[in-house]
Design a protein around this ligand. Structure first.
Ligand code: FAD
Length: 307
């Protein structure tokens, strides 16, 4: 994480800042750039629109760090509904889930059985489940739960973060399981004991992992980046690849590039978050890019001037 990202992460973690952003029109306007809407209908509408442009979708019911059993159960039921909608509307979509939303921070067993239920329902509607990767307190459990579920169900994928020192060995462990592996740079603030800190080191790690992933015959690589340099490298590596792969990008980020790659015949999946718990997701997007934060500050000033 750069100094800028660290500063933004520290500021947005403060409760008054959260209240200001979630309670202001400017904050909600900014969230709407990255979030499809508050409910499943909005997520499904965006997914349908993207499909008409040749884009696949991964639907994310926003939520993380759930510490009550009812909340975790509600998230599982919510995702089962998402899968029903994917099935009944024949959407070219899968789901992305966070294990702490499904109870991992309460009891590991809760997240394991939730993943079983979601993988079974996903199989019934002919789709897959991708497990997002959260901060490094949860990496070991996430890798274990994915490996176990994928070896039994066969329709899962997991995200691996290039900035973590451990990722090359996780990739080696997981690549034989035949799922899809989403490679991203990593969005959380991690200590120097577990993760690369400079952009230069993270990019170098991403390049090394991308080469391994694109040469893996049994895994479907999902290349999750908006970085033109990494996209160029992936396209070069794709020349020598016989099996499939896809690009993944976030809803609201480089939409023209998403369409350009799809028009060139590549599989592109857009990660579409929806739901009311959008604050932590938004803070990660703000920390990634100074211009996102600038947009928010300008919107805030214009609201203040009008009131
Ligand atoms: P960066 O390193 O942020 O930027 C590199 C370059 O890309 C920039 O210099 C610019 O040229 C271009 N660029 C980037 N953003 C923009 C923009 N908004 N507009 C124009 N150009 C831009 N992280 C996790 O930790 N766990 C996850 O499970 C996870 N899942 C993800 C799923 C998807 C589909 C995606 C796309 C990302 C996910 N991430 C996840 C976030 C990821 O780790 C990065 O934080 C995020 O994608 C930013 O890194 P980057 O590779 O896109 O480019």
């Amino acid at each position: 994480m750069t100094l800028f990202s660290r500063a933004v992460t520290a500021v947005t973690a403060a409760a008054p800042v959260e209240r200001l952003i979630t309670g202001s029109r400017a904050g909600r306007a900014l969230a709407s750039r990255f979030v499809a809407g508050d409910d499943l209908a909005s997520g499904a509408e965006v997914a349908t629109g993207l499909a008409t442009e040749g884009l696949k979708v991964s639907l994310d019911l926003l939520g993380e760090e759930v510490h009550d059993v009812e909340g975790a159960n509600r998230a599982v039921e919510g995702y089962l509904q998402v899968l029903d909608v994917i099935g009944s509307n024949r959407l070219d979509a899968n789901i992305s889930v966070k294990l702490t939303q499904l109870g991992l921070a309460i009891r590991e067993e809760m997240a394991r059985s939730a993943i079983d239920r979601l993988a079974e329902r996903a199989a019934e509607v002919g789709t897959t489940v991708t497990i997002d990767m959260e901060d490094s307190r949860y990496t070991e459990a996430t890798v274990d739960i994915y490996a176990d579920a994928q070896s039994r169900h066969g329709n899962l994928g997991v995200c691996l973060q290039a900035y973590l020192f451990r990722t090359p060995s996780d990739l080696e462990r997981l690549e034989g399981l035949g799922g899809h592996i989403r490679l991203c740079k990593g969005a959380y603030r991690e200590p120097p004991t577990v993760a690369f800190q400079s952009r230069h080191e993270v990019d170098a790690a991403f390049r090394r992992l991308l080469m391994v992933l694109m040469r893996s015959p049994s895994t479907r690589p999902a290349i999750a980046t908006h970085d033109p340099e990494m996209i160029r490298l992936a396209l070069a590596l794709a020349e020598e690849r016989d099996a499939g792969f896809e690009f993944q990008m976030l809803y609201g980020v480089r939409p023209a590039e998403q369409r350009r790659l799809a028009a060139a015949g590549h599989d592109v999946r857009v990660y579409v978050p929806f739901g009311s718990s959008w604050y932590p997701y938004l803070t990660r997007r703000l920390a990634e890019r100074p211009s996102n934060l600038g947009f928010f500050l300008r919107a805030l000033v214009s609201v203040a001037e009008r009131t």
